[in-house]
Design a protein around this ligand. Structure first.
Ligand SMILES: [Zn+2]
Length: 202
C-alpha cells in the first residue's frame, strides 16, 4: 500500500515536471492564451453590458408598446394593419411559459387567470390560441363551418386570427371555475356549443 502511494507520488512528480517543461517550451502560447482570456473576458464584459442595456431597452419598449385599444370593428389597434391570421409572432405575446401566443393584453390576462386558478388547485390548459389564416382554413376543412353546424369560423373572421381567443382544456371543475371567475379577467364564453372557447373582451 505504501509502495503504491509512493509510486503514485513519483508519477505525479514526473507529470508535474513534464507540465513544467511544457509550459516553459510553450511560454509564448501561454502568454497568447492569457491575452485571449483577457480579450474574451473583455468581450464577455461588453456583451454582458450590452445585454443589460438591451434588456432595459426591451422592457421599456414593451411597456410603452402595449396598446390595449381596439378600433371601431373591435380589432386590436396594434394588430389591425397585419390582418386576421397574418400577425407575426413577435407582435403577439406568449401566454406564461406556454407555446401559445395572444394579443398582449389577452396574453397577460390569461397568464394571470391560469396562475390564480392554479393557486386555487384548478388546472387550466390551453389547446389553441392565435390561429394563422392557413390554420383557420385547415380547421374549417376538418370541423366544418359554424354556420353549417360545424365548429369553425369562416377563415379570416375568427377571433383566434386576432389573438383574442383561446381554446382551453377544462375538466368539469375548471369549467365551473372559468364560468365563475373568467369575467374578472376579461374572458367570456361567447360561443354556444364551444364551452372551451373563451374570447377576451376587455
Ligand atoms: Zn376557439
Amino acid at each position: 500500500m505504501t509502495e503504491g502511494i509512493t509510486g503514485i507520488t513519483s508519477r505525479i512528480a514526473a507529470i508535474q515536471a513534464d507540465l513544467s517543461s511544457l509550459s516553459t517550451r510553450f511560454g509564448s502560447t501561454t502568454v497568447a492564451g492569457t491575452s485571449f482570456a483577457q480579450a474574451l473576458a473583455a468581450q464577455l464584459g461588453s456583451a454582458s453590458t450590452s445585454t443589460s442595456t438591451t434588456t432595459t431597452t426591451t422592457s421599456t419598449t414593451a411597456a410603452a408598446a402595449v396598446d390595449s385599444t381596439r378600433n371601431a370593428d373591435g380589432i386590436p389597434t396594434a394588430l389591425a394593419a397585419y390582418g386576421n391570421g397574418k400577425i407575426p409572432a413577435d407582435a403577439l405575446q406568449q401566454v406564461g411559459t406556454t407555446s401559445h401566443r395572444l394579443w398582449a393584453p389577452a396574453a397577460s390576462a390569461l397568464t394571470q387567470l391560469i396562475a390564480d386558478a392554479k393557486a386555487q388547485g384548478v388546472t387550466i390548459g390551453i389547446t389553441d390560441s392565435y390561429r394563422s389564416y392557413a390554420s383557420q382554413v385547415d380547421v374549417a376543412a376538418r370541423k366544418g363551418l359554424y354556420s353549417e353546424g360545424g365548429l369553425a369560423a369562416v377563415p379570416g373572421t375568427s377571433d383566434h386570427g386576432w389573438g383574442m381567443a383561446a381554446d382551453l382544456d377544462l375538466d368539469s371543475s375548471a369549467q365551473a371555475w372559468m364560468r365563475a371567475n373568467a369575467g374578472r379577467y376579461g374572458f367570456v364564453e361567447d360561443t354556444p356549443r364551444e364551452p372551451w372557447h373563451w374570447a377576451y373582451t376587455n
